[in-house]
Design a protein around this ligand. Structure first.
Ligand SMILES: NC(=O)c1ccc[n+]([C@@H]2O[C@H](COP(=O)([O-])OP(=O)(O)OC[C@H]3O[C@@H](n4cnc5c(N)ncnc54)[C@H](OP(=O)(O)O)[C@@H]3O)[C@@H](O)[C@H]2O)c1
Length: 325
């Protein structure tokens, strides 16, 4: 037990960190132990991780001292920030700095930083193709993560920069699933034209991260992009049609229309999809499903994810079914 390596996992009760915790806990003889970091050790999810064998430690990523304690003695740290909790890129930057400072101070040997592209390297702020948001960003929840990469590099921390993909769970939890149009048909709405969207079962992010920790120095100082598949809106609609047993159509809207949908973050997501659409080859090229599968052989395709999750996707009943026919 003593020569096992501790991996401190931020967001252990969430999607990315949770997948990593489960991957490590499942591999009991693998030589790694989980330190699950949470703000609330008493939550049901934290208790479940403890029951499965994790050490549960309380942390607040806004408090560098708590992060130092949480990283103490750890071989590796999985670092992720939570944009959608606060919608502040500045907060993400400050939290990433806390993580980098704590990892440096505690001598963590391998950090995986869950990052995304700084889209301003492709679309500078004065580029009028998409609006500048919050004065400094094109895609706030991407740009701050990409900008934060240097916080790890500058401190000389052995870091793997993990580029994640669109979670297919967004169809369940993020309101992006099929919606019924006025004509009674089901539509998924994306501003991607005929371009491919890299996607992933969120649990696979942690499985890939575990493989990266296991392969160690091979991946420090490197950027690794992962996806379970690259699909057009039409291909996603066809797979949803098969899984749900009702036709789902692809409603390709413009990024301008998407930005105007009015829900919190619609402008950020409209710019994000426009970036993915306009830079398809570089965005998809950075996330090879073949490479991801070599890292994590159980990586799910969209179809396999749907087989397991189709009944969790909220779908309004059609007029015919709602009226009992
Ligand atoms: N949705 C997508 O398609 C997608 C794709 C790629 C990347 N991302 C990025 O993924 C990130 C979120 O990761 P996720 O999906 O794994 O998150 P998540 O499932 O929403 O989990 C959030 C977890 O973070 C913990 N947390 C929140 N604030 C904290 C704090 N101040 N200190 C410590 N822990 C805190 C919470 O745990 P406790 O309550 O237990 O503390 C919670 O379980 C976002 O930044 C997003 O941009 C999302």
């Amino acid at each position: 037990m003593n020569d096992t390596k501790i991996i401190a996992v931020i967001g252990a009760t969430g999607a990315q960190g949770g997948g990593l915790c489960r991957a490590i806990l499942k591999d009991s003889g693998g030589g790694y132990r989980v330190r699950a970091l949470t703000r609330n050790a008493g939550s049901d999810k934290a208790k479940e991780l403890k029951r499965l064998g994790a050490e549960v430690v309380q942390v607040d990523i806004d408090d560098v001292e708590s992060l130092k304690k949480a990283f103490r003695g750890a071989h590796g740290a999985f670092c992720v920030t939570f944009f959608w909790e606060h919608f502040s890129p500045e907060k993400e930057l400050a939290e990433a700095k806390n993580m980098a400072d704590a990892a440096k101070q505690e001598g963590v040997r391998h950090v995986i930083w869950s990052t995304l592209e700084d889209t301003r390297q492709w679309v500078p702020l004065d580029d009028r193709r998409m609006p500048t948001l919050m004065e400094k960003y094109k895609v706030p929840h991407f740009d701050a993560k990409g900008e934060a990469n240097r916080l790890f590099t500058e401190r000389g921390i052995p870091t793997t920069f993990l580029l994640t993909s669109f979670y297919w769970e967004n169809l369940i939890h993020f309101g992006m699933g099929p919606k019924r149009g006025e004509d009674g048909n089901l539509y998924i709405t994306l501003p991607m034209a005929d371009k491919k969207l890299p996607g992933i079962a969120s649990d696979d992010i942690g499985k890939c991260a575990y493989a990266i920790f296991r392969r160690g120095s091979e991946f420090t100082g490197k950027t690794v992009g992962i996806a379970g598949g690259h699909l057009t809106g039409g291909q996603m609609a066809a797979a949803l049609t098969r899984a749900l047993g009702e036709e789902v159509r692809y409603n390709a809207v413009s990024p301008e229309a998407y930005r105007g949908f009015g829900f919190p973050g619609a402008d950020d997501l409209g710019n994000m999809f426009q970036f993915k659409r306009d830079f398809e080859s570089s965005f998809c090229g950075a996330r090879s499903p073949e490479f991801s599968r070599a890292l994590n052989p159980s990586m799910k395709t969209f179809e396999a994810w749907l087989d397991e999750n189709w009944d969790r996707i909220p779908v309004e009943k059609g007029a015919r079914r709602a009226s009992g026919e």
